[in-house]
Design a protein around this ligand. Structure first.
Ligand code: LLP
Length: 453
């Protein structure tokens, strides 16, 4: 049997010839030679295609009521990505001052930015208002006061959404579920906190309440959870209308749409999801006698996740005899938990392929591990790989675009890998590889300063 990539998990421009895999028309062995490993390889066409698909699905199914398709920058952000998001006509969801700084550096139109976060600092709020971001999604009572005060002092009326907790189980890993009751995000609808937040917001002339927001979690496959969440937000719109006699103009239903990582993952596409959602929203608004508000969404993973792969070189292989006498085959690559934390954090599953040559060797169960000083430094727990893999072979993990480079870290003083963008047989670095000098540059030789008053 020969090694074959699975087109469901690889970027859309991936091709294979005699066992050599190419993305964006660039052969992965050549990219490894030119740019080194480990490296993230980003398929520009694939990113833009998915961004366009989400925007057009929203526009198609919500028509005049389509709000903004925001790209969730936390999945992966760089100035180049911000340019692509702008060119694709999407908005940008940022959740820290750092992400906002990248948006600003890329001159992203302020009106199309939405600022999130459950603990935005005074400085982050001030930065966002100075830049005149379109929307701030407010997450706590203290924050209502902080945003109101900052906007008031600057003579600005700031558009805000209130982040609500609809009490929905998103059926995903607990660490990435965000809308059951016991979470740090948002105002609970069930407890009445959400209504208190509405009343607190409407007291301020410097805040213009546009509507409600919910994000129920990430890597979600069951669409019912999105629909239940939308229905609960619509009940809140109805309560607002009953109290104030006017309708709020916007609902932001968040992101969280799942993608395929391994064989058998079968996510719905943007069109299917938006079609179901628009039916629910229309029906629920009808039931509550409300006009359909503008509907916004915030996909991150579903846009950048499938567009990037991680390219590794094999360094060592080792056979280990287990207690029961069976053998485990360890294949070590030159990255690991510094470029992919998701296996260790969420038991995430990935696939991996040999990409530099054909192999007709029988498959063998392998554990692919990194080079960190930690047993839990596992890229993939159990995966069938050709049994003739040797040091120098290249392996690549597809679908690492979301929360791969963005959660990369320097554990063991590993340098973070570069991001190489490929398009139509060309390749360029958009984020360079860190160097030891970068790491050492953070160290300061400072004389002690007296601190006591
Ligand atoms: N909007 C809000 C308010 C969010 O908190 C998130 C993700 C998104 C949108 C985008 O969700 P997406 O479409 O990418 O699923 N580090 C975890 C994922 C954490 C997600 C945090 N919030 C992981 O690697 O799976």
């Amino acid at each position: 049997m020969t090694n074959m990539f699975n087109p469901k998990v690889w970027p859309s421009t991936t091709t294979e010839e005699f066992g050599v895999i190419a993305v964006g028309g660039c052969s992965l062995p050549v990219l490894a030679r030119e740019f080194g490993t480990p490296a993230f390889i980003l398929d520009e066409a694939d990113f833009k295609l998915r961004a366009a698909q989400w925007k057009s699905a929203l526009d198609k199914h919500f028509g005049d009521n389509a709000g903004t398709a925001y790209y969730a920058a936390k999945a992966f952000i760089s100035k180049e990505i911000v340019h692509w998001v702008e060119q694709s006509g999407l908005g940008l969801d940022v959740c820290t001052g750092g992400e906002l700084a990248v948006a600003k550096a890329a001159n992203f139109p302020a009106e199309r930015i939405e600022l999130h976060g459950n603990n935005k600092s005074e400085e982050e709020i001030a930065d966002a208002i100075d830049y005149r971001v379109g929307t701030i999604v407010v997450d706590s009572l203290q924050e209502i006061e902080r945003v109101a005060k900052n906007a008031h002092n600057k003579g600005v009326v700031q558009k805000v959404l209130l982040r609500l907790t609809p009490g929905v189980d998103a059926h995903t890993h607990e660490a990435i579920s965000t809308a059951h009751e016991d979470v740090k995000f948002g105002f609970s609808i069930a407890s009445g906190a959400a209504w208190d937040a509405v009343l607190a917001t409407t007291k301020h002339d410097s805040l213009s309440l546009q509507g409600f927001h919910a994000h129920i979690g990430s890597q979600i496959f069951v669409s019912d959870a999105f629909e239940t969440s939308a229905a609960r937000l619509i009940e809140m719109l109805s309560k607002y209308k009953a109290q104030f006699g006017v309708e709020l103009p916007e609902l932001d239903l968040g992101g969280g749409y799942g993608i395929a990582y391994v064989d058998g993952d079968d996510p719905s596409d943007a069109n299917q999801i938006m079609e179901k959602l628009s039916k629910t929203v229309t029906a629920e608004c009808g039931k509550n006698n409300l006009a359909v508000p503008k509907i916004s969404i915030e996909p991150g993973r579903a846009i950048v996740g499938p567009a990037m792969i991680t390219l590794y070189e094999v360094g060592t292989t080792k056979e280990v005899v287990l207690e029961d006498g069976s053998k485990r085959w360890y294949v070590s690559v030159d990255g690991g938990m510094s470029d992919n934390l998701r296996t260790a954090l969420y038991d995430a599953e990935y696939s991996i392929d040999l990409v530099n040559r054909i192999s007709t060797a029988p498959l063998r169960m392998a554990r692919v591990v990194g080079k960190h000083c930690e047993t839990g430094d596992i890229v993939i727990n159990d995966v069938q790989l050709p049994s003739d893999i040797v040091p120098g072979d290249l392996l690549a993990t597809p679908a690492t675009g979301a929360y791969g480079r963005s959660m990369a870290n320097n554990y063991n003083h590993m340098v973070r890998p570069p991001v190489i963008s490929v398009f139509n047989q060309t390749a360029r670095t958009i984020i360079r590889r860190e160097s030891y000098a970068d790491l050492l540059a953070l160290e300061v030789d400072e004389k002690p300063r007296r601190i006591a008053e």
